[in-house]
Write a protein that binds this ligand. Sequence first.
Ligand SMILES: *Cc1c(COP(=O)(O)O)cnc(C)c1O
Length: 407
Amino acid sequence: MNIRESNTMPKDDIRSRLGLRPVINVSGTMTSLGASIVVPQAVEAVSAILTEFVELGDLHRRASTVIAELTGAEAGFITASCSAAISLAVAAAMTGRDLAAIERLPDTTGLKNEVLIQSGHMVSYGAPVEQAIRLAGAKVVPVGQATGAAAYQLRGAINERTAAALYVVSHHVVDYAQIPLKVFATVAHERGIPVIVDAASEYDLAGFLADGADLVLYSGHKFLGGPTSGIVAGPKEMVRNVYLQNRGIGRGMKVGKEGIVGALAALQAWKTRDHDGIRARERKALDCWVEALDGRAGITARIVPDPTNNPLDRLIISVNPNEARITAWDLADRMAAGDRPVIVRDHEVEHGYFYLDPCNLHPDEEFVVAARLAEELDRARGSNEIIATPFEERLLAREAAILKWPD
Ligand SMILES: *Cc1c(COP(=O)(O)O)cnc(C)c1O
């Protein structure tokens, strides 16, 4: 197929009107690419509310009911993002319902202000998770080492200043020798410490509460396909204390009416979503790529499950540069270049592999991805030299590019 003439891109695409490249996203739900494809129900709801007035407290009450229904929690609250939800949940753990304390934050004088987190959970999702804790005025207390944490270390870190313990669920966290959530929650609860679970990208809306989380936090714009938003679920009093932060540090992180109704619509749509049908469509994309790569020199492709057990698979593509005549990262970069950029999942690419994530494709885009792979691999095989940018050079170039914006 001639990919430039392929009909996978509408002619009046807003991106071309703005002079932006029409990205194909096979990297996952990345904020830097616009997160996810917002579901039609949320698109409709956002546009319907934008021109209307509404009593925001009542809208939040409605959202609370829907979140409660889906998560099994008592109450829920929509925030600007999961990152905001972390800051506000930490703030709530420190202030409770004390409105004066809420207005004083991030000054925490007189409040319990320490938040425990396993060292192996101190990840970056584009910004450091521990900064979201500090934003509320809290002090981060790491537990254990990156290579592991134990229940006795968590127990030993709890004192009279401990306000909360944060547990992160993510493919980014160290995936061995960490304290399992059930144990983490038991130890924290023995001393009356609330457990906040950052489950931003996790499809499981009920399991973390069942495993001992007091508050569980999700992104609205990842798997749910809502507009940019965050979701808090938990006991009524704790969720209310998070809500009250809108009178304090939450003001600068507020979600508007469109974010609330959009997240609400995405949650409602989640209930009736054709999960099996979507899984089957994703499988077809994976199979298409496996077929496109079959027999190519230096390339091995394998379908692998999601590392945190979300119901989705990805394709891992390993590149042997001697045979493929290109490194994995040069292949990733060439896929991302040009007028039909394909952005792959390359957070571990120095190991010589990257992933293709099929969760954010529009119909038929998988064929464009397959064609672009074939095109770049053919080109590499035809090149006189192995295409091998030193990895350090790529790292430094990326860092320099960040600091150049808006140029
Ligand atoms: C994406 C992510 C976040 C941030 O979520 P936003 O809603 O984009 O702020 C936080 N934690 C984890 C583990 C994430 O994956």
